[in-house]
Design a protein around this ligand. Structure first.
Ligand SMILES: [Zn+2]
Length: 406
């Protein structure tokens, strides 16, 4: 064990002492409804906690993310977990009222417990452990209670990096991973394909041009393209599904236009331009038009961050120093090799790794099986263990980062 690391026993004792406080914070977060774009109160609560646990700098950026910093200098590590949740569809299907924050034994139930408020508590209390022990990390660590993730993952993080100029050397994403390391996920986008016809009264169809009929060969071509999508050794093959077909809502007219939507799952390295070219080259000769929809987004601070709804996939090499640091931290804490996997769903990593090329690693206490379900819950003991990981990680990473720099 490197002599510069804090003693794991000491970290454990601090985590134990802070446990009731951590649970209170997480219960408070669950009790605040924070749908996407409506995170103001949850952000305020997180800022209060970040101040309380001894962050040296606490602020809200222009996109309304909650941020707390401890330590200074390079490398700059960013811990990201989002505060917004999906929306309740049927309150009666939850075992407890979803905004109550019910604790049963070591389990906390409630909306967003697994996605992603358990992760927010883990990263905030990672810093709290350091504050409690007066331990200064050998680098800068920023914890981020992120906004907008459920509807537009990566948009709020992008704003922090590109608008507010915070440039992390590495990003850790505290989404559900059940205390395993995650080194990538597929990306996603929607593609819209339109054919144009000419409207006429349905009683004289020969005077019109039917856009639905023009779509038939387009659909056949799209289906054929599905056999040939790019693949990745880690993420598997990209996929596409035609999920929607629309035409004007006029049953007694020859349809003037027809539009299909394709849900496309992306592997690492696929770009907007590449994708667009791929569909355009195949479908333009059939008279079809290809477009990517824009995702409308408004932050709780009133900022519009509308952008193409394109969320790249990403992976990080297992040999990368960031992954090595994750493995080493895991071994120091739990005395065994870390399981390393990929995520099935998309996260803010789509921006940090997929778009900005910032080394990114996933690690969170929550379990994927509860994400977006009425059984939404998180194991509080796992949140505490994840906080230990976040407390120790900067020491391990800074050492590996320094070696890499030399
Ligand atoms: Zn999430």
């Amino acid at each position: 064990m490197g002599s510069s690391y804090p003693y794991v026993d000491e970290l454990r004792r601090a985590a134990e002492e802070l446990y009731p406080q951590m649970v209170n914070f997480l219960v408070d977060l669950i009790r605040i409804r924070s749908y996407t774009g409506e995170e103001a109160e949850a952000v305020e609560r997180t800022l209060t906690e970040l101040r309380h646990i001894g962050c040296e700098k606490v602020w809200m950026d222009t996109a309304g993310n909650a941020l707390g910093q401890i330590g200074e200098g390079r490398p700059l590590l960013l811990y990201d977990a989002h505060l917004d949740t999906n929306e309740i569809s049927d309150e009666s299907s939850y075992p407890f009222p979803p905004l109550e924050g019910q604790v049963v034994g070591e389990t906390l139930y409630g909306l967003g417990a697994s996605d992603c408020k358990g992760g927010v508590a883990a990263i905030v209390y990672g810093l709290a452990i350091l504050g409690h022990l007066n331990l200064r990390p050998p680098c800068t660590v920023v914890a981020m209670g992120a906004t907008l993730e459920e509807e537009a993952e990566g948009f709020a993080l992008r704003s922090l990096v590109e608008r507010d100029g915070l440039r992390p050397d590495a990003v850790l994403i505290a989404e559900a991973s059940d205390l395993t390391l995650r080194i990538g996920h597929r990306g996603r986008c929607e593609i819209r394909i339109t054919t144009k016809g000419r409207a006429a009264h349905a009683s004289v169809p020969e005077q019109g041009e039917n856009a639905i009929l023009k779509m038939i060969p387009v659909i056949e071509r799209v289906e054929a393209m599905g056999q040939n999508l790019p693949s990745d050794p880690l993420l598997g093959q990209g996929t596409q599904v035609i999920t929607q077909i629309r035409s004007p809502n006029t049953p007694n007219s020859v349809p003037e236009w027809c539009e299909i939507t394709i849900d496309r799952r992306l592997v690492a390295g696929e770009t907007v331009e590449g994708l667009f070219r791929q569909y355009e080259e195949a479908l333009a000769p059939l008279g079809a038009k290809v477009s990517l929809p824009v995702q409308p987004v408004r932050t709780h601070t009133g900022l519009r961050l509308d952008d193409l709804a394109f969320f790249p996939g990403w992976t990080i090499e297992e040999s990368h120093p960031l992954v090595q640091a994750g493995r080493r931290t895991y071994e120091l804490l739990w005395g065994r090799a870390a399981p390393v996997r990929i995520w099935r769903f998309s996260t803010d990593g789509t921006y940090s790794a997929g778009r900005a090329g910032i080394p990114t690693l996933g690690f969170g206490p929550q379990e994927e099986q509860y994400v977006h379900t009425p059984e939404d819950q998180v194991n509080l003991r796992k949140v505490k263990e994840a906080a230990l990981f976040y407390a120790l990680f900067p020491f391990v990473y800074a050492e590996i980062f320094d070696q890499k720099e030399v």
